[in-house]
Design a binder for this molecule. Structure first.
Ligand code: PMP
Length: 587
């Protein structure tokens, strides 16, 4: 974990980063001004989530992320809040924050949308000025899960739907919970149970209540002034589906707490806490009950992703998707997710201008692929930063997996354009080419799979092809410094146009039609470039040198004599866990 406890006022281990208003920020900078409605009046809506670390799978799962986000939307609707950040953005940011924190242990997550400023003198109305923040900390499960808790009924009454609706998860509501919890603690209890204004059992400060009587699970209904708890819902499902128990949602009298066979409280943070006494009266014999224990065990298996039937509740923490379809890329460059890639929008448009009418770019396939939105894109913020290089490799893996099932014309059209952040000033062609070779070498050095057995590893050998993730690929390098050979210039970004070899070869195979197709393309290229067609072009199938076609020089006069790439003769796979940190990036 990239945590710091050093100079922070926060009293627990925490990561170095958080997410706020569209950006990943330093933990210490995830702050609000005191004059925001949220800072002053508690006008923020929030969700508390947990991410569970599955040791065996070495993966983290966020439990019921989509349901938490739906509840956030509902709270916002009640509060008349229109968040600047839509749900997909918050979803992606949450997953990416967890991914970046790389905890390898259980974690707790707080996600909040908040009101910022309204007009002077009117600080209590919904304002369009909103923000959002997401923080996460490592948090083990509570030891109280095992031994249970002592609950006490408090004198405070629960806020109600006709005054401060508990259904909306608003920070200010929690003053009621605070009164209750302070009283309970003052009286020596672990937790308070709050009755509603009708005198019936409502809930705890941050947890719902269940009692078990004669093997029936009973819990107050959603109109008992409770938060519509997701753990409550999970338990209802598990009790019915995994244990065949009857579940009844009805009002509960306070004296039922004293005579119940079992009592439990549940919530995301609490999980399932057995209540072993209420107002110092032991529940049954004061030990944790059988049904509660069984529910706990099903709950733990559910949240750690061990039950396939509830897998949809567990969102695996993965790296954000890097390889985007053309349509995804068009949306992404406009979204807050692309904040760190502000250049990408212009690069994409610029790239498009080379392939769109009236451009006569001499590759019909490229033009058609662009027109039909068949291309895929990776935007690379740097060609040296190991993390960005790791992102590119991850994107390349994603892309190859996406297109692995395509055949025929689709396979040829679904090429990948890797666009690098443009340099402030144009570099020399040799420098762009060196960068391109370095990026390709980085793929070789950090290939997750061993080189395919039937492809030679020596680039000077016939039938050699660059390979990645077990797939032979073709790379066409386009650079802004190609002024004469314009067919290798697709705008301000250095562009590595990449695709599986098989798709690339479909048009120009070793057949008379293939020869004619290549001939046609070369004639078009000559016309577009005003230069003789490159003499190094050949066909893979006839064993012509492949690497020479990746990078072309301005004129046919100067070609590299040897391939700069080095493929170890027995190319071993890089460690499977490629998060870019261990691999160390390019050489
Ligand atoms: N009631 C209240 C008042 C809460 O704050 C919480 C915690 N979010 C719960 C119940 C339990 O809800 P959940 O299971 O969705 O965490």
């Amino acid at each position: 974990m990239s945590s710091t406890t050093g100079h922070s006022a926060f009293p627990a281990p925490h990561p170095a980063i958080a997410w706020m208003d569209g950006d990943f920020v330093d933990w210490e900078n995830c702050t609000l001004h005191v004059r925001t409605q949220a800072g002053f009046f508690g006008a923020n809506i929030f969700e508390g989530l947990r991410a569970y670390w599955n040791e065996e799978a070495q993966k983290s799962y966020i439990f019921r992320l989509d349901d938490h986000l739906s509840r956030l939307e509902q709270s916002m609707k009640i509060m008349r809040m229109k968040s600047r950040f839509d749900t997909p953005t918050l979803r992606r940011a949450t997953i990416e924050l967890l991914h970046r924190c790389d905890f390898n242990e259980h974690a707790q997550i707080n996600l909040s949308t908040y009101f910022r400023y309204s007009g002077p003198g009117e600080p209590l109305i919904a304002t369009e000025d909103t923000g959002a923040h997401i923080t996460t900390i490592p948090l083990p499960r509570s030891p109280k899960i095992e031994k249970g808790i002592a609950a006490g009924i408090v004198s405070w009454r629960r806020i109600s739907d006709d005054s401060v609706p508990p259904r909306a998860k608003v920070a200010a509501n929690y003053q009621n919970s605070r009164f209750a919890q302070n009283e309970a603690r003052d009286n020596g209890f672990d937790v308070g149970i709050i009755l509603n204004s009708r005198g019936k059992v409502s809930e705890g400060p941050a947890a719902c209540v269940f009692i078990i009587r004669n093997n029936v699970l009973i819990t107050p209904p959603v109109y008992s002034d409770i938060l519509e708890s997701l753990t409550r819902d999970t338990l209802i499902v598990l009790a019915k589906e995994k244990m065949g128990l009857q579940v009844v949602e009805r009002e509960i009298d306070r004296t039922e707490l004293l005579i119940a066979d079992e009592v439990l409280m549940c919530g995301t943070l609490f999980e399932i806490l057995p209540v072993t006494s209420v107002d110092r009266v032991p529940v049954s014999d004061g030990n944790v009950g059988r049904i509660t224990r069984e529910l706990q065990s099903h709950y733990l298996k559910t949240v750690t992703g061990q039950y396939p039937e509830y897998a949809a509740w567990c969102t695996e923490v993965t790296a954000p998707k890097v390889s985007l379809t053309h349509r995804e890329a068009l949306a992404w460059v406009e979204s807050p997710d692309a904040a760190a890639y502000a250049w990408a929008k212009e690069s994409l448009a610029d790239f498009g201008s080379y392939l769109e009418e009236p451009s006569k770019f001499p590759c019909n396939f490229a033009r058609a692929a662009y027109r039909t939105h068949s291309l895929h894109f990776i935007f690379a913020g740097s060609d040296t930063d190991p993390l960005e290089l790791a992102r590119v490799r991850q994107g390349l893996r994603e892309y190859l997996e996406t297109v692995s099932s395509l055949t025929g014309i689709e396979e040829s059209m679904n090429a990948l354009a890797i666009l690098f952040k443009p340099d402030a000033t144009e570099q020399s062609l040799a420098s762009y080419h060196q960068t391109a070779w370095q990026v390709m070498q980085d793929w070789i050095d950090n290939d997750p799979q061993a080189w395919p057995q039937d492809i030679p590893t020596d680039p000077e050998a016939p039938f050699w092809s660059l390979c990645f993730a077990g797939v032979p690929i073709f790379v066409n390098v386009s650079a802004p410094a190609h002024h004469r050979r314009k067919s290798r210039n697709l705008g301000q970004s250095l562009a590595l146009i990449t695709q599986p070899r098989a798709g690339f070869d479909l048009v120009g195979g070793p057949t008379p039609e293939g020869d004619r197709a290549r001939q046609r393309i070369r004639a078009q290229v000559e016309l577009y470039d005003g230069e003789p067609s490159p003499d190094v072009l050949g066909t893979y199938h006839r064993g012509d040198l492949e690497w020479k076609q990746y990078v072309l020089t301005e004129t046919n006069a100067e070609h590299l004599s040897r391939c700069p790439l080095h493929v170890p003769s027995v190319a071993a796979a890089a460690p499977a866990q490629d998060n870019g940190l261990a691999a160390g990036g390019s050489r």
